[in-house]
Write a protein of this length. Structure first.
Length: 528
């Protein structure tokens, strides 16, 4: 296998480069002195894989170069247990899609498939032995520990399903049943990894090594998420769509801290470059001319010093992304794979043709353009530089909570906001408020003289991350509302509570996926 001529130290360098954290380094050193490492990476087969999946794929390439035995787990059963992600028949199709698209990705970056092992979770997770271990684990784990372990990756609701509490334990058991030395994942998995280290030894199983990648910012800043169209490029996006999305990407001059493009270059492109290759920038002589960077740190410093225009960076990243996606697009030109894609990810159901308001769905100023989702406030703090502002951490069932600035200090206490369900407008352009980037807006009602302001009230059954919609309107929300066209400002004129205190847009109710209404104690008031 590739990498077997490397020394233990050289293998370790390849295995751990670009990781944010490693748990179990002593064991890693010991195993590498004796033999090649066995690692698994699992992915729940739910949302459509996007370009950020090249980040774990690039690390898998590193593992193989270091001589590791790598297993990729398609966690279909885990996906089913994660609250409200997808029904089982759809998951079966998505598992097939994941296998095909991930194999195409690995081929795109030159990873030989014969050196990998692909496993479907339900092939062994329904066995008698595994099931007995689940029961044994349930007799050891507290509800508190199970909920805490899944806090970053499992949808958090006020009354969680039992399936969500089982999820972290099952992921821990996978380490034993896949017979690996280590598990690899994002740093958002850390609580599950430490959960596994605590409980597997109580079942008589050994503690494993855990490798954690950093969370890569999305194109809009913040997270890169399957459910956030503005934050990601789909693996099957056309070159025109890639160009369009990169043009809208958040890429502030000199900003290296929250820059999805730079993170992609660091964690994907530089890890794939062969000896003598570098990141090439092509630009006009008036703008500095062509330049090639052979070390990522040099590129980062160059950008931080404002020597590289965001437009030139985007143009270069576009070229490399299309180079990665071209083989995948070609593979999925096959009719059977096109059919699989359509079946695994069907378009949203259309509103009935006889629904009167539906005619307005195609209008330029229709409310379906607003990406409004249920969020849960998990942390409340006062803004360090503004007495009237809160800094909120809000769970939207994404990889990490969003930071949202809200001017509710005078109207709502910390205790009233903490752990509260709120409606969040998610596709505003991120903006800094007194030095802190805000990634959305908590929707509130206000009386005429602005002496009473309160967040819209959601039903207790609402689930963090679920998208709200207006009765009679369907369609995909804008990737990002264009501030120059004042889309939100125009739509918000008709967004209010009616005489019964129910949230409406032109008398069309704002509804949860279950059809429940949102309310306020303030009737006939604006929602902003």
């Amino acid at each position: 296998m590739v990498g077997t001529t490397l020394s233990a130290d050289e293998k370790k360098q390849l295995i751990t480069r670009n990781l944010q954290e490693t748990l179990g380094e002593d064991k890693l050193n010991k195993v590498l002195q004796e033999r090649d490492l066995k690692i698994y990476w699992g992915t729940a087969t739910t949302g459509k894989p996007h370009v950020a999946y090249f980040v774990p794929m690039s690390k898998i390439a590193d593992f193989l170069k270091a001589g590791c035995e790598v297993t990729i787990l398609f966690a279909d059963l885990h996906a089913y247990l994660d609250n409200m992600k997808a029904p089982w028949p759809l998951l079966e199709l998505r598992t097939k899609y994941y296998e095909q698209v991930i194999k195409a990705m690995l081929s795109s970056i030159g990873v030989p498939l014969d050196k990998l092992k692909f496993v479907k979770g339900s092939d062994y997770q329904l066995s008698r032995e595994y099931t007995l271990d689940v029961y044994k684990l349930s007799s050891l784990v507290t509800i508190h520990d199970a909920k805490k372990a899944g806090a970053e990756v499992v949808k958090q609701v006020e009354h969680p399903l039992l399936s969500c509490l089982l999820y972290p334990g099952l992921q821990g058991l996978d380490e034993e049943y896949l017979k690996v030395d280590a598990q690899f994942g994002g740093v958002d998995q850390r609580k599950i990894f430490t959960f596994s280290e605590k409980y597997l030894p109580q079942l008589g199983y050994e503690k494993r090594i855990h490798f954690m990648n950093p969370m890569v910012p999305g194109l809009a800043g913040g997270k890169m998420s399957s459910s956030e169209e503005d934050s990601k490029i789909d693996l099957l996006d056309s070159p025109a769509n890639v160009k369009k999305k990169l043009k809208k990407a958040f890429c502030e001059p000199g900003n290296i801290a929250d820059n999805g493009l730079l993170s992609f270059i660091k964690h994907v492109l530089f890890s794939l470059f062969k000896e003598g290759e570098g990141f090439e920038i092509y630009r006009a002589a008036d703008n500095g001319g062509d330049v090639t960077f052979y070390q990522y740190a040099e590129l980062e410093q160059y950008y931080a010093e404002n020597k590289l225009h965001p437009g030139d960076l985007k143009a270069s990243v576009e070229k490399y992304i299309n180079r990665l996606l071209d083989p995948i697009r070609k593979t999925f030109e096959q009719p059977e794979l096109q059919k699989l894609t359509a079946a695994a990810y069907p378009p949203p159901a259309k509103v009935k043709a006889n629904a009167a308001p539906a005619a307005g769905a195609a209008d330029e100023e229709a409310p379906h353009r607003l990406d409004i989702r249920v969020g849960k406030v998990i942390e409340v703090a006062r803004h360090p530089d503004a007495d009237t502002l809160y800094v909120l951490k809000i769970d939207l069932a994404e990889a990490q909570p969003r930071t949202i600035i809200s001017g509710l200090v005078k109207f709502v206490t910390v205790e009233e906001l903490d752990q509260r369900l709120v409606a969040v407008l998610c596709n505003l352009k991120p903006s800094k408020m007194r030095g802190i980037l805000s990634e959305g807006m908590v929707l509130c009602t206000s009386n005429a003289d602005h002496t009473v302001v309160e967040p819209i009230v959601l039903p207790a059954s609402a689930t963090a991350g679920s998208r709200l919609s207006f009765e009679g309107y369907s369609g995909t929300p804008d990737e990002q509302l264009n501030p120059k066209k004042k889309v939100w400002e125009k739509l918000s004129v008709d967004f209010k509570t009616n005489a019964d205190g129910v949230a409406v847009w032109k008398d069309n109710f704002l509804l949860t996926p279950e059809g429940e209404q949102l309310t306020s104690k303030l009737a006939n008031c604006a929602i902003k």
